[in-house]
Design a protein around this ligand. Structure first.
Ligand code: SF4
Length: 351
């Protein structure tokens, strides 16, 4: 069996290949054509709203007085997209994204901060949002959220993050560090100069500066290109995609391929054993039972094991015929082994 070339070129998506023990199956989109590509990721949807609105402000298309209206329009658009993608049950995002209202006001606060400290700051000569970056080989691409040129001639390349960009030690998370440094190297390839500063800014308007040296940025960039080339070579000859899989907690947790990933399901019990949540897969082995709270309890059978999932909302259960195989993702573990609770972030998929 032969697989097509890699199709993704996004630094954000691919920089995880630099990780020790990276799962290469995760980065092989050709293989993933047999796997669902879409996954409900409220954080990513929310991040898009924020990026879009900041871009409009920086490009001076949006006065802050219209923030409320633009925010409402954007959330309506994203709700429509969720509907088209088949995630009606999670509508509206306003009710399913944690602390949505608080995050909205943080976004407004961030806009004020960017206007004051960058866009309208007397020391700023030029500012650009969503700056396209592409390395000369065309193999890697990305967008820098902000590029600020100061009157002193210094350049600041910035990205903003809607989640916490630092680890428990207060250091910028490795994935973000790689992304920024590779952006800096690509920027150098495109313009002949490196930015003077690399920064992340979070929704609390906290700036995180990333120390870097040019050699290290170039090296990371070259390493990623090499990893990609190796993977493309492997894809030409691999006969069993599972050979590329490295299932473990770190790799699989947010992987949108896990629903249909055999390697994941083989290991999911040990991967999730210390977690409070889990994913369950099996055949619907009895008619759903209506509970007094108006929700359902379903029973799945896998081999000789039974899994019981309570509090399932009726509209979350596809019209599965008895005996069909389904996966129930993101369920909370109940107190008894084999028992789970369906939550607002759980999801049922027919296999
Ligand atoms: S679910 Fe895990 S093993 Fe499967 S592709 Fe994703 S990261 Fe790899």
């Amino acid at each position: 069996m032969h697989f097509e070339k890699l199709t993704s070129k996004s630094v954000t998506h691919l920089s995880g290949l630099l990780q020790k023990d990276a799962c290469r199956l995760k980065y092989a989109p050709a293989i993933s054509t047999v796997m669902p590509q879409k996954n409900f990721n409220p954080a990513a949807r929310f991040g898009s709203i924020i990026h879009n609105i900041v871009e409009q402000v920086v490009k001076d298309k949006l006065q802050l007085a219209s923030f409320e209206n633009v925010w409402t329009d954007l959330t309506d658009t994203y709700n429509e997209e969720l509907k088209i993608d088949g995630f009606e049950r999670f509508l509206p995002i306003q009710q399913h994204y944690p602390n949505f209202e608080i995050q909205k006001y943080r976004c407004l606060h961030l806009l004020n901060y960017l206007l004051k400290n960058y866009c309208e700051h007397p020391g700023t000569e030029q500012i650009q949002a969503e700056v396209p970056l592409e390395c000369p080989s065309g193999k890697l691409k990305g967008f820098a959220d902000l590029l600020v040129k100061k009157k002193t001639g210094e350049l600041i390349l910035m990205d903003y993050k809607t989640n916490n960009p630092v680890n428990e030690k207060g250091h910028i998370k490795l994935g973000y560090e790689w992304q920024l440094k590779i952006y800096a190297s690509i920027f150098h390839d495109m313009t002949g100069r490196f930015p003077n500063h690399l920064r992340l800014i979070d929704l609390k308007c906290k700036e995180h500066s990333l120390a870097f040296n040019q050699e290290e940025c170039k090296q990371l960039h070259q390493n990623l290109l090499k990893k990609l080339a190796d993977l493309e070579d492997t894809l030409k000859t691999v006969t069993n995609p599972n050979e590329l899989a490295k299932p473990n907690q770190e790799n699989c947790r947010f992987c949108n391929k896990k629903i249909t990933c055999d390697a994941y399901w083989r290991e999911n019990e040990s991967i999730n054993q210390n977690q409070s949540w889990d994913d369950v897969r099996g055949n619907l082995s009895e008619e759903p039972i209506a509970l007094l709270n108006g929700k359902l309890r379903i029973r799945l059978q896998k081999g000789s094991d039974y899994f019981f999932i309570r509090s399932v909302e009726a509209d979350a259960l596809p019209r599965a015929a008895l005996g069909e195989e389904i996966a129930v993702m993101n369920v909370k573990k109940d107190t008894c082994v084999g028992h789970f609770v369906f939550t607002t972030l759980s999801r049922i998929v027919m296999l």
